[in-house]
Design a binder for this molecule. Sequence first.
Ligand code: MN
Ligand code: MN
Length: 300
Amino acid sequence: MFLRIDKLQIEMPKPGKPDPNAAAAVQELLGGRFGEMSTLMNYMYQSFNFRGRDGLRQYYDLISNIATEELGHIELVAASINSLLNGPESEGDPATGAASFANTFKDVRNVHHHIVMGHGAMVANSMGQPWRGDYVFNSGNLVLDLLHNFFLENGARTHKLRVYELTDNPSARQMLGYLFVRGGVHAHAYALALEQLTGVEMKKMLPIPKIENVQLPESKKWEENGNHRRLYRFSPDDYKSVAAVWHGTAPDGSGPLEVVDGPPEGGKLAELDGAGDAFTPEYHPEEIFEMAQKLYRAAR
Ligand code: MN
Ligand code: MN
């Protein structure tokens, strides 16, 4: 079962100036082959189909627990895309002086963001192609599945670094900075699991590409507070045996690897204003807000 907490895993900057082309690029990290939908669904289905759960408990717990963290990563990437598609500083029409989101979206790379989604995140990649179920690899062979997960995390990191080069938007960079560190934890955790099972020191290959997280200012702050040493246990009582994999010393020698009981503190979801020219949530957003407020007060 899943519990849901109405927060993002981190605090995100408020939406500012819309940048739909950056939003299109960030979509790769949500619905691309190496995006958060893929990490989530790979680990989720591997946990559903896991064989020998009792005998291989720590690997089942590791895959299941990381799957849950990935669910929150989708939420974070979607929040970043929403931030790039919305915001008070919309580009108005210089001729009339009228603020118009429709103007902002006229010549963008992915006009589905306006026409189909009304300025929201899509379950698609940077080229607008939908996420696919055959991005999931689940052979049932534990070593092969863990090897795939190690590959997937590093493929995801490669795509994130390329998106990082394409935008310096604060919401994208905040999300990226955090996810470089969390992806690093996941790659490291799968490397440790593979090392236990095979003796091969997979962690010696990390990081792929060979750019340390501390070289990126948006990641450095998370590494400095020790986030790269923490594996969150996203459950009130379960998945405790992740500690049988996640233990030892951080690769940078900064301290011990630790399992944190419970999710990160997290941050508030941004309030997204209505966009009249996309009829969201209605043509006159203020009217539907007012109506809902009255009913909400009456119900309390
Ligand atoms: Mn992730
Ligand atoms: Mn991951």
